[in-house]
Write a protein that binds this ligand. Structure first.
Ligand SMILES: C[S@@+](CC[C@H](N)C(=O)[O-])C[C@H]1O[C@@H](n2cnc3c(N)ncnc32)[C@H](O)[C@@H]1O
Length: 318
């Protein structure tokens, strides 16, 4: 039973059962916003005792904090500005996505992996394609938490291959040692993981067209590579297919591709606030929820694969 104690600063208790039922249907984020209303001025007032010390720290960091501290501070501010002002991309709070009852396992160095694995479960996905394997940490977390899924993961064939790429490569730190897929090798999940090798700009994706329920784009982060990987990803999608871009907000190339592409699709790309992830799905996740809530059943990947001509995403404008 939903009930709120009537105290100063707390919301009024829901008056009748209909109102209580309506509040219970809201996600935690929407409920908090409803109960708090637009109380910006009162929240600012409540924080007034901190304004002096925070302002002093800001000035001290900018003047004497050193290059590292200045870089981190400005970096965080820039990320928030990009997020807030992103053209064509909807910001969605994690609790509003309805992932709160989905339990996943994995290490917490990057919680985006856990969110991705949870999305895989909610999408009931049976096929996953990852561009950019590296150690295979995400590959393993996704495979482990989606026990019915076949996972394909693509990376370059060797350290030398980095000198013969079509477009610009990013992140030189990934090209010092070569142990792609080390994290899942020898684990039970490896039986469901297929390692593929090639430059994602020239790799032949056609055998997988129309069959992937989840595509994770996390290879080179230059504009040309992300654009080319995204074009491939759109062709890979099954009927319930969903593309997730990692590091949206952290690389100008990804940000540009995502914000340029979003208005050309049948529904906007959304960013999951608090993660690095941007998402496009053939399912209307934000309005209709995850597949279990859909009225009509979603066709199996084999049926989608049987389609003679792959539909390259749902572009509504060229
Ligand atoms: C950010 S790491 C991937 C991390 C991994 N997805 C994870 O979450 O643990 C990027 C990977 O993309 C690979 N990569 C870079 N350019 C590539 C290309 N043109 N084709 C295929 N893989 C590429 C790199 O070798 C590197 O392993």
């Amino acid at each position: 039973m939903f009930g709120l104690v009537q105290q100063s600063g707390l919301a009024q208790p829901a008056r009748d059962q209909a109102q209580q039922a309506e509040l219970l249907r809201l996600t935690p984020g929407a409920l908090a916003r409803r109960l708090n209303g637009q109380r910006l001025s009162s929240q600012l007032w409540a924080n007034r005792s901190l304004i002096g010390s925070i302002s002093a720290s800001l000035v001290r960091t900018m003047l004497t904090g050193g290059q590292g501290a200045r870089y981190r501070l400005l970096g965080h501010l820039w990320i928030e500005l990009q997020r807030f002002l992103a053209p064509n991309v909807t910001n969605v709070d994690l609790p509003d996505l309805g992932v709160d009852t989905t339990l996943v396992e994995g290490d917490v160095t990057r919680h985006c992996r856990l969110v991705l694995a949870a999305m895989g479960r909610l999408l009931q996905c049976r096929t996953v394609f990852e561009i950019g394997t590296y150690l295979g940490q995400t590959t393993w977390v996704v495979a482990h938490n989606n026990p019915d899924a076949q996972v394909f993961t693509l990376d370059l064939p060797s350290l030398d291959a980095v000198h013969q790429l079509r477009y610009q490569v990013t992140d030189p730190e990934y090209f010092v040692v070569w142990n792609r897929g080390a994290r899942f090798r020898g684990t039970p999940e490896a039986a469901r993981i297929t390692q593929l090798f090639g430059d994602s700009a020239t790799f032949d994706f056609s055998p997988y067209f129309g069959t992937m329920d989840l595509v994770f784009i996390d290879g080179s982060h230059s504009y040309d590579y992300v654009k080319s990987d995204t074009e491939a990803a759109l062709r890979l999608l099954s009927d319930r297919g969903t593309i997730v871009w990692d590091d949206y907000l952290y690389y100008p190339g990804i940000y540009r591709v995502v914000t340029e592409l979003s208005p050309q699709l049948d529904r906007p790309i959304f960013h999951i606030v608090g993660t690095r992830l941007a998402v496009y799905s053939r399912l209307d996740i934000l309005q209709q929820g995850w597949p279990e809530h859909h009225a009509s059943p979603i066709s199996a990947p084999q049926e989608a694969a049987a389609a003679t001509e792959p539909e390259p995403g749902r572009l509504v404008r060229a």
